[in-house]
Design a protein around this ligand. Structure first.
Ligand code: SF4
Ligand code: SF4
Length: 443
């Protein structure tokens, strides 16, 4: 992502950002474009526009995908402008009850755990008691509730030890930041990540005191609560000496690498918030910079160490494998070429790129919930492309994208190309899972 901060006046209104904006591409309305959003912010900053529900809605019709900033020839940091404006809108107009509840839930780990437990119970009851035709009618945003992933019966971090020894000779130590999705929803991602790291000879530390990375809190203007989560994570991760801090989701990675140092810098400059612990912001800033330097995503880590992975030569080849690049992977971690090369090189994956694999899926944190019709239109374009290549697997390294992709897929009809004679859905997985499954067991 282009992090140089240029003033809004630098916008030459060239319109290049429109060609990159997934929301503009489906709505084709100037008011939904990044260029227009910047002009609205400028008018608001110049006091010629007031905070109104309409202005808040126009600002919120954005996936925070970063594609506009990555395209802009004038070096404007849309991301930071939009983030600040979102905070301002929440400060002036408040939040909806649902988003308020989400913020309340995500700002304390014990609440997330209880919330996930209750949701799991509800999910089990609904599966037993609700007929399919009814279950398919109820949606969260653009996703039928029935197509939401099953929550973990036991949180991933409770299933595994805090310190997991390497297989064979110890090569180093990794701290693993699992994020909420792996902990409460996608334990397969956690098992595969730990399996690969220990296969490579790393001791894996999974701090039990980590919590939500706080990106959803930042997106919704809850900066004080975000600062609390950030402090918990900085202390949970920073106390362990390690070679690398690994994330399996680049949104969490962006929090550790970019957002924490930036938020602390802002707090120090504005002298706005007391540190939530007995440390100074300066001490936390030093620790966050150390964490940022060590943070990397699991796929980039594998790309560096792939020669050391020992694969089972009899692993069956996965046919027609498509990839969806999450926005943070493209615009923050810049991992798209790394992952494309990795997928091309793996002998057990028949990687078939779709023309739009680098385009946002419309998930955007809570965007799919807040703007379901727009999210569905963005998603439908992607589904058309994967069906066009008769994909059987769709890989993505972001849990929200994974929920969104899997939640919008219909079961394939019998006889669909690539699935001869059977009815099946395209399987949506984190790329780490087929890589882990192909490892030579017992090695
Ligand atoms: S690409 Fe940059 S300069 Fe061009 S219209 Fe968009 S924000 Fe303005
Ligand atoms: S961040 Fe993404 S969705 Fe938002 S204006 Fe920029 S390109 Fe459009």
């Amino acid at each position: 992502m282009n992090l140089s901060v240029k003033p809004l006046q630098n916008c030459g209104k060239c319109g290049l950002c429109l060609t990159a904006c997934p929301v503009y591409k489906v709505l084709k309305e100037e008011q939904a474009s990044p260029r227009a959003r910047l002009q609205l912010i400028k008018a608001f900053e110049n006091n010629t526009l007031e905070a109104t529900p309409l202005l808040k809605e126009l600002i919120s019709k954005c996936l925070m995908c970063g594609s506009c900033a990555a395209t802009c020839p004038s070096g404007i940091n849309h991301y930071e402008k939009f983030m600040n404006m979102r905070q301002q809108m929440v400060a002036d107009l408040g939040e909806t009850p649902v988003i308020k509840s989400l913020i309340f839930l995500l700002s304390k780990e014990s609440r997330i755990r209880r919330g996930a437990g209750m949701a799991k119970l509800t999910q089990k009851l609904a599966e037993k008691l609700t007929p399919d035709w009814l279950a398919n009618k109820y949606c969260m945003g653009n996703i039928p509730l029935k197509q939401f992933p099953r929550l973990n019966s036991i949180p991933f971090r409770k299933r595994v030890a805090q310190i997991i020894p390497p297989r064979g000779e110890k090569k180093g130590r990794i701290v693993y930041f699992t994020g909420c999705a792996t902990n409460y929803m996608y334990s397969d991602t956690g098992i595969s990540t730990v399996g690969i790291l220990t296969h490579l000879g790393y001791e894996v530390i999974i701090p039990q005191d980590q919590t939500c990375c706080a990106i959803p809190l930042m997106f919704h203007g809850a900066s004080t609560r975000a600062a609390k989560n950030m402090t918990i994570n900085i202390n949970a991760l920073g106390k362990h000496e390690c070679d690398n801090i690994i994330v399996d989701c680049t949104t969490c990675g962006a929090a550790l690498k970019d957002e924490y140092p930036a938020l602390i810098k802002k707090i120090i400059e504005k002298n706005s918030t007391q540190p939530p612990s007995n440390q100074s912001w300066e001490a936390l800033e030093m620790l966050s910079k150390k964490i940022a330097e060590k943070t990397t995503d699991i796929l980039s880590f594998i790309a560096v160490h792939k020669q050391k992975l020992v694969f089972d030569k009899n692993t069956p080849k996965l046919a027609h494998v498509a990839y969806h690049a999450p926005c943070h992977s493209r615009n923050s971690f810049n991992t798209l070429p790394i992952i494309q090369n990795l997928l091309k090189e793996l002998p057990f994956i028949d990687y078939t790129p779709t023309p739009d694999e680098a385009e946002c899926c419309g998930g955007g944190g809570t965007f799919f919930y807040e703007h379901p019709k727009i999210a569905k239109r963005i998603m439908d374009k992607k589904i058309y492309q994967v069906k066009n290549i008769a994909a059987e697997y769709w890989l993505t390294d972001c849990p929200v994208c994974r929920i969104n992709l899997a939640g919008n897929l219909e079961p394939l009809k019998p006889g669909t190309p690539g699935t001869p004679g059977k009815s099946s859905r395209i399987q949506v997985l984190h790329p780490i899972t087929p890589i882990y499954n192909a490892l030579k067991k017992g090695h």
